[in-house]
Design a protein around this ligand. Structure first.
Ligand code: S3P
Length: 172
């Protein structure tokens, strides 16, 4: 069993922001799966979707998650919102030490993402409807693999850090 902490949850929930702060607080490295994908391939996620479609992106996401998990043993790792859709990714994630479902209310999510241009699956159409549908499709998947649930809208980072530390302490 590794000591990695994995953050799963919807787009705009704050996985990257919280992950960075948490990593600093816990003196661990921080890794963002989407950032590694873009760095290794030298193109944006939008370009991968444009050239290879969502299935091509999911394949790349799976391979890079596998590499990241092989290369890290005590990191805080933020995954993309759709990573858990891939069965192999779920299988890799559930072997890690602590899986945190970072969640956000639909309204806060909408406010954070309404001007977003970087997330291919949110472009075009009615954003509120899309976010609602994605939540219906994915919420249960996040819940089913997570050890811990954090609705972040109304929590301070201090509260979040305390909750995470208490989850880690019994085994460390
Ligand atoms: C996606 C979420 C994004 C990114 C890609 C697809 C999704 O990551 O991986 O645009 O399907 O939910 P964030 O959750 O970090 O925005």
């Amino acid at each position: 069993m590794t000591d990695n902490i994995i953050l799963v949850g919807p787009m705009g929930a704050g996985k990257t922001t919280i992950g960075k702060r948490l990593a600093k607080h816990l003196h661990r490295p921080f890794v963002d799966v989407d950032e590694v994908i873009e760095k290794r391939l030298g193109v944006t996620i939008q370009t991968i979707f444009d050239t290879e479609g969502e299935s091509g992106f999911r394949e790349r996401e799976k391979n890079i998650l596998n590499d990241i998990l092989n290369e890290n043993n005590n990191a805080v790792i933020a995954t993309g919102g759709g990573c858990v859709l891939t069965e192999d990714c779920r299988r890799m994630i559930v072997c890690q030490r602590l899986i945190i479902h970072i969640d956000v209310s639909l309204e806060t999510q909408y406010q954070r993402l309404r001007l977003d241009k970087k997330r291919p699956i949110l472009q075009g159409g009615n954003l509120r409807e899309k976010l609602k549908l994605l939540r219906e499709q994915r919420h249960q998947i996040y819940s089913s693999i997570a050890d811990m649930y954090l609705l972040t809208d109304k929590k301070s980072f201090r509260q979040i850090a305390r909750l995470v530390s208490s989850q880690l302490s019994p085994q460390s």
